[in-house]
Design a protein around this ligand. Sequence first.
Ligand code: GLC
Length: 434
Amino acid sequence: MKSRLSIVLFCILLPLNAAAQDYVPTDENLKARREFSDMKFGIFLHWGIYSMFGQGEWYLHNAGLDHKEYAKAAAGFYPALFDAKAWVTAIKDAGAKYITITSRHHDGFSMWNTAQSDYNIVKSTPFRRDILKELADECHRQGIMINFYYSHLDWTREDYPWGRTGHGTHRDSTKADWPKYYRFMNNQLTELLTQYGRIGAIWFDGFWDHDHDSVPFDWQLGPQYELIHRLQPSCLVGNNHHVEIHPGEDIQIFERDVPGENKAGYSEGVSISRLPLETCQTMNGMWGYKITDQNYKTASELIRLLVRTSGKGANLLLNIGPQPSGELPATALSRLREIGDWLRQYGESIYGTMAGDVGAQPWGVTTRKGNDLYVHILDLKENTLLLPITCKVKEAKVLADGRPVRVRRTKAGVLLTLPEVPSGTDYILKLTTK
Ligand code: GLC
């Protein structure tokens, strides 16, 4: 009797423990990881009722607003110009292979017709259209991947246990009820993974809200990740937690930083894992639409960022904050066009590549695909370049026009003599190696 009971208990507990500790990705998942890595470029969309205030997605917290007053904005949210087809077309033409959109950000407003809360785009706005559905359908139609950002933290719900942000939104902290909130999240995730076709990834954010707790907060990530993988084994799990990866994650995210650089301060001490990597970055300075932030990076700067992330083997997830009207900002559209033009010409040196043989250098980076080594020169004041590599180079040329590059083997590596001093956004050499 005793042994039968322990077998039953073992069987019940096994999935949870296995999920938390010994995650073994399925073949489908491994395939999806490889496909993800090859994509190299995606577009991040931060859109919600916060876009109406034009102050970024943290406005509720930053302005210390009463969440009930803030929620009234939903009744005026009518993005008349939203056109999923136009968005996906512009993003696809830019050469992006996936879109990651905020399904629910920290303000707690859901951009789909969730049955778990009326505080959503269909039930609380006059627009009454399921944005996620329209976008997911259009992505599937046009053959690009759709991923969902999902906030772990919530500044509106009282069952979410207070972390270090959102204290000014007039919620009653004594009403925290983690089991209830956890169930709510898992029910929402179940909707997202069963009603919107294939989802490329769930992109979590907000874990860091509890990084100052005196007793470590248990987010119960293991069973939640297991739920996602059970519903869609190929769905990749990523978490923008700013710490080492947890078991059950399929991609590693670096906020505002090329992996290993930590210039933005979010990746301090975080080691680079062997999972597919992704850097997310803004086109201007803010994620959600901010009316005063017209400080857009130039197309050249954005392309160089894409090149530098590729040099690390990472993807770039580049953000746009759509306007409350439902349009993508004109400057963002213009940047998309310029990036698209560049990728149509030089995409072979980006898509499907891995980090090249030579790590990041003051002059630039390298990427590799099969026998081809691409040398991306971003800053060089002379026409010679010594590559510290030992492989044999069969042929070397300038990618733009095929002009030959002279190759000489030296003790220190391969010395390249270029037809000119490199200039422009990214002067690419293509080396065919043995
Ligand atoms: C940060 C911000 C959040 C944004 C995210 C994107 O975590 O809190 O607003 O969505 O970065 O990387």
